[in-house]
Design a protein around this ligand. Sequence first.
Ligand code: SPV
Ligand code: MG
Length: 298
Amino acid sequence: MNQAENLVNLLEKKEIVKVCGAYDAMSAKLVELNGFDAIWAGSFAISAIHNVPDASILTMTEFFNAASNMAQTCQIPVIADCDTGYGDANNVRHMVKKYENAGIAGICMEDKTFPKSNSLLKGGDNQLLSEKDFVAKILAANEAKQNKSFTIIARIEALISGIGMKEALKRAYAYEKAGADLILIHSKKISPEEIFEFSESWNGSVPLVVIPTTYYSVKIDELIDHKIKMVIYANQTLRAVHLSLSRLLQKMSDANSMDEVQDQMSSMEDIFQLQETYDLKSQEKSIEEKLRKLGYIA
Ligand code: SPV
Ligand code: MG
């Protein structure tokens, strides 16, 4: 089973699919090892590790490289946050081919204009693309994908942009009709009320996805009760690393000896273990045996 099929399987079998954000291969591996169902290759986190704003600054290739490095190292599905699709429907077609061929399980596109702002940025520019132009992107994504399990998530930004619930629902039905496999309804409110209002009004058959960054107190049970099928913890990984690294570096710059900070970092052993999927010794052995058979080694 490939990762796209794995993701579809998880959606069928689990009450709710738990996805956690990562910004590179190692953070993705840690997400996998800590029991999540899937990995979110988020634009905010990937932009942040390049120290640029999440504002369509990096190219598709840069985001793609990050997501495909994750897919290469992990045994769980990677969902790539593809912002606005890096252009129009033609760009989306090219993008889907690349991402699917790299073993990524699915992509998410949001219905804002290019260049976009991060949805949670205060004073950010959250203009919506026309419904027709976003539907065209979903149609192109569907035409481009080879495996029907490759998941296309349509992300609705009507609540983020302040246009409102009626428009959010209207777009959700349009995106479902165009072939979206999941609808991500995003909100920047500190309570989940508008998300719940959306889910209670939603009569479509496509499952719903949420990113509870601002309404982080919401409980998993409440999400399940409100027909949410996937939850994405998009940027907590990045924020945790930023905080712990900042604190550690502050201490290191004041310290007289590294002895003072040893307990605040993983051991070399911890990192070596993470890389054990590459069992170099047995790989070398297998090549050695083949070289012997070919007569290069006595
Ligand atoms: C991301 O993680 O890049 C997201 C989620 O798109 S948000 O930051 O809420 O826009
Ligand atoms: Mg993003």
